[in-house]
Design a binder for this molecule. Sequence first.
Ligand code: ADP
Ligand code: ADP
Length: 230
Amino acid sequence: EPVLKLSGIAKAYNRGTPGEIEVLRGAELEVGPGEVVALVAPSGAGKSTLLHIAGLLDTADAGLVEINGHDMSGRSDRRRTLVRRDDVGFIYQFHHLLPEFSALENIVLPQLANGVSRKVAEARALDLLDQVGIAARASHRPAALSGGEQQRVAFCRALANEPRLLLADEPTGNLDPATSDQVFAALMALVRNTGLSAVIATHNLELAARMDRQVRLDQGRLVPLEPTIP
Ligand code: ADP
Ligand code: ADP
């Protein structure tokens, strides 16, 4: 059973006004357990819109969003919020960490909010930081970390509550190419260790080629992209 299934997703902004912009026109996507899919498209093509709809942060005008086999389309805001909190992890281009808290605490807090004990939450946070190679930075605040380290902390935070699905929007997009490469490798290792499913938007074709499968957002639809042999 797919972890994420999108069928016939349509979305327009400013519908019925002169500023109407049709972003998605029947997008289809199935992501299986443990599968990592690259979402490739130029800026403005609708990647963020698609990820927000898939992660229940926004609603589609038409189509079905199924998470773990459950159709989320007609559900209440409360139900959607619960599914988002329990089953979906988000990573953005910028880390959005809480500046007044340590790296560790940024990963502990979402777990406490979910009813996990402090002891268990801290152990899990340290284990996650260790998996991305920055356990030694646990007590630092975000401002004391490099850009790459900040993103690694954000990856750990996204996985803190053990989601089944990870949605990442240009996760290394604000890093220089060399750092981006290392940080992306850390993200992939974390995803593989955890066995979770992921959709990772990037316009970096080299990074996209390291995922299981690539789809391109073209004229509001998702089309498979054949791997290019270098
Ligand atoms: P991407 O993530 O691929 O850069 P987006 O999904 O952010 O693309 O945006 C797709 C298109 O929709 C762009 O033309 C953008 O300007 C427009 N857009 C995004 N959000 C809104 C919004 N809230 N209102 C109006 N237009 C929007
Ligand atoms: P990002 O994916 O980089 O976080 P945003 O979601 O902030 O980008 O915006 C993506 C695009 O959508 C930008 O071109 C932005 O100008 C446009 N956009 C976002 N929100 C709105 C809005 N409320 N009205 C019009 N355009 C918007």
